[in-house]
Design a protein around this ligand. Structure first.
Ligand SMILES: [Fe+2]
Ligand SMILES: [Fe+2]
Length: 288
């Protein structure tokens, strides 16, 4: 398997070959017809499989799919913001000089365009971006833990996002602009993910063996909680309210506890969890 240092120049070449312009890539329709077409496949809707969802008419389900996709684009956009600043801070360091930093320039450029693209969709058609809910609590770090945590956060936002991108990008039954945005995102993310997975895999053995049992447990608890709270973003009370459903908070609570939603979360996280187990950042499979 290629190391991150070997991958970097190849990924930079691919980024140059596949470069795209965020201002000319899409045809933005004047407006979207909400309630008469799907914006997200029904099985990706956060409350799919629940009684609340089943009771909605198809028009209401379609309307909900619009607000759900606006929510998805909103929290991916917010996830990309600390990612860009974190990558910026890691450029031109002793251990990232040369090919790695060169690739980080592409990574940051692409994430910046993703934020513009998601922001344009949300602002144009929903008139807003759903505000971010994540609170960053101060933490104590063992040696290397901050670095490892940063790349874990990058992978979580990118892997979960990519699960949705892949399902939406070639689905003919959903709005074509939404499918296209997912496709454009996926093509860049495939490179980010291959770099991120390898970079983190190499980072772990440099530090983790130096952590005490207590520090290892603390890290694993944090990783599990971060992954869980990332899933929390998918169940947004404001989305349910905007889609005309009463009682946004009880619906979120219901969905977080519902078996069908939990089964979906565990399935959608399987690849990511397998990776964390494989590189030794988790020692058992969590239930999400
Ligand atoms: Fe992105
Ligand atoms: Fe990315």
């Amino acid at each position: 398997m290629a190391t991150a240092l070997e991958l970097a120049p190849r990924l930079s070449d691919a980024s140059v070959r596949k470069v795209w312009d965020v201002y000319s890539e899409f045809d933005w329709p004047e407006r979207l017809e909400v309630g008469t077409e799907w914006f997200m496949p029904p099985e990706l809707i956060s409350i799919h499989g629940t009684e609340v969802y089943e009771r909605l008419s198809e028009t209401e389900q379609m309307r909900l799919s619009f607000h759900e996709v606006v929510n998805f684009f909103s929290f991916v956009l917010y996830g990309e913001r600390p990612l860009i600043s974190g990558l910026m801070n890691r450029m031109y360091r002793k251990n990232t000089q040369g090919a790695i930093t060169e690739y980080l320039h592409h990574f940051i450029d692409e994430e910046n365009k993703h934020m513009i693209m998601f922001g344009m969709f949300c602002n144009r058609y929903a008139g807003k971006i759903y505000p971010e809910k994540k609170i960053v609590l101060p933490r104590e770090y063992a040696k290397g833990e901050e670095e490892i945590s940063f790349f874990c956060k990058v992978l979580i936002v990118e892997e979960l996002g990519d699960y949705y991108n892949l399902k939406m990008m070639s689905d003919d039954a959903i709005n074509p602009l939404v499918a296209r945005i997912n496709k454009v995102h996926h093509v860049d993310e495939a490179r980010h993910l291959s770099f991120g997975r390898e970079y983190l895999r190499e980072l772990v053995p440099q530090f983790r063996d130096g952590w005490s049992d207590e520090e290892t447990t603390r890290f694993q608890t944090w990783l599990f909680q971060y992954l869980s709270s990332s899933w929390g973003d998918f169940y947004n009370p404001a989305v349910y309210k905007d889609a005309g459903l009463p009682d946004g908070y009880p619906i979120r609570k219901m969905a977080l506890a519902h078996e069908a939603c939990a089964a979906f979360r565990n399935e959608a996280s399987a690849k990511l969890v397998d990776y964390f187990l494989d590189v030794g950042l988790l020692s058992e499979r969590p239930t999400l």
